[in-house]
Ligand binder design. Sequence first.
Ligand code: NAD
Length: 507
Amino acid sequence: METPTHIRPDKAPSRGAERIDVHNPATGEKIGSVPVEDARAVAAAVSRARLAQREWAARSVADRAREVLKFRSELVRQADDVADLLVRENGKTRNEAFGMEIFPVCDLVTYFAKRASKILAPQPIRLHLMLHRRSVVHYVPRGVVGIISPWNFPFAIPLGETLMALIAGNAVVLKPSEITPLIAQKAKELWDRAGLPKDLFQVVTGRGETGAALIESGVNQIIFTGSVATGKRVAAACGAKLIPCTMELGGKAPAVVCDDAPLERTARALVWGAFANSGQVCVSVERAYVPQSIHDALVDRIVALTLELRQGDGHDEVDVGAMTWDRQIDTVERQVDEAIRLGARALTGGKRRDGRGRFYPPTVLVDCTPDMPIVRAETFGPVLPICKVSSVDEAMRLANDSHLGLNAYVFTADRRRGEELAVRIEAGSVMVNDVLSVYGMPETPFGGVKESGLGRVHSDDGLRDLCDKRHVNIDRVGLPKKELWWYPYSQKTIDLTKRAMRFLYRG
Ligand code: NAD
C-alpha cells in the first residue's frame, strides 16, 4: 500500500522503530505519531489477549456486560477530550464527533449490555421428527477477535464492534487506520482508566502490513471495515486460514425520489446525507435520481440550503469540516473534474478550496448521467450528483445498476409505496424519507449486499455472530438399547423406512 503523503515515516530515537506521523487535516499541524508494529508485536498482543480471554469467557454475560459499562462511564466523563481529538485527527465537526461517534457508542453499549444475556442465552430447537431427543444451541465466545478499521468514523466503528465482541466474551485486538490511530489509542486509555482487564482489549498500530499480520496471528475472527479492494484481499487471507470474517465495505447509496416526495424534507435530507462528515460516510447519499416533474424545484432548494453551509475547522461552529485524507480529496477532485468534462454542471463548489487545510466545498452536480464515474464509483466526499429521470421505474432500475449495495433511500409522501419500492432495492438497508441514521440503530442488522460486503454487524444476529454456535443434542426419554438405524443393517429396517416415507411424505 502506498504511504499517504500526510503521514511520513520517521524514526523514534528511543525505540529505533518506524513511526507514523499524524496531522490535523484542517490545519496541517502534526498532532502525534504512533509506532508501526511488526508481526512479532502483533502476535505477542494476540497471545496476551488469548490468556486474558479465558478468564473473561468464564464470567456470565451479565457480569461481562456490567464490566464493559465502566468503559461507557469513562467515555461520558471524558467526552469533551474524545470529541476534541476526533475533530483534530479526523477533521469532522464537533457536532459530528458527539452525534455520529460518541453518542452512538454510548447507546450501542447500553443496548447490548441490557439485552446480551437474553440474546446469547442457550436457544432450544424444537425437533420436528426425532421427538425423543432435544437440541439446544449454545453461543460460545470465539476467542480473540481481530478488528481492522477505517479512518472515516475512527471511534464509532471500531468501538461499537469492540464492545459487542467483548460483551460476547471475546478479547479484541484492534488495528485502526494508519490515518487516524490516535483516537484508538485514546479508546484504549479509557479502557485502562475504567479499570478493565488490560490485555483483554489491545490496540496495534501500523499500516496494511500490520493488519495483514493480525489476520496471520491466530485470531479466531476478523471484522474488517474498509474499501472493497482491501476487503477482497482481507477476505482471501481469512479464507486461506478459514477464519470467519465480516466484511463492511464501500457504498454508493442511491436516493430514489418519487414525484410526490415532500420537497423541503427531501432537500434537507439529501443535503445532510451527502455532506455530513464531508461526505466520508459509507452510507452517504452518493447519487440522486429525481423525476423531471420536481427536478428544478428540488434542485433550487438543495442549492439554497447548500449555499448556507459553513465550512471550516471543526472546532469552530461550522457545518462541514475538512477531508480526512489527502488521497481522498484527490479522488473527489478527479471525479468532479471528469463529470464536468462529460457535461455535468456544478451549481455549488466544484473546486478544491485553496489555502490552509484540506477542504472540498459541498458540491451539487446536475445533468449527471449514469455512465459518469461520479455516478458509478464510490466518491467518499462532499458531492451530490443528481440525475434527472423520466419515471420512478427508471430511477429504480438505475439505483440497482451498481456493483455496490450498502444503503439506499426512497423519498415519497406515500409510506406504503415507499416500503414497496424499498424492498425492491438491492441494498443491505433502505430508509424511507430519512438518511444515514440506520447505523445508529444498534438493534438492526447493518451490512451490505453485492460488493458492499459479507455478514452483518449490530442486531441480535450480529452479536451471536461473534460466537461459535455449539449445538448440543441430548436424549429426553428413557434409552432403548439401540436406535433403529444402527447396526446390524437388515431388510426389516429398509421396509420400515419405506413405510415411514409413504406415511410422512405422501401426496
Ligand atoms: P482501506 O481499505 O484503505 O483500509 C481499511 C483498513 O485496512 C486500514 O486499517 C488499513 O490499514 C487496513 N489494511 C490495508 N491493507 C490491508 C491488508 N492487506 N490486510 C489487512 N488490513 C489492511 O479503507 P479506508 O480508506 O480506511 O476506508 C474507507 C473505505 O471504508 C470506504 O470504501 C468506505 O465506504 C468503507 N467503509 C465501509 C463501512 C461499512 O460499514 N460498510 C464503514 C465505513 C467505511
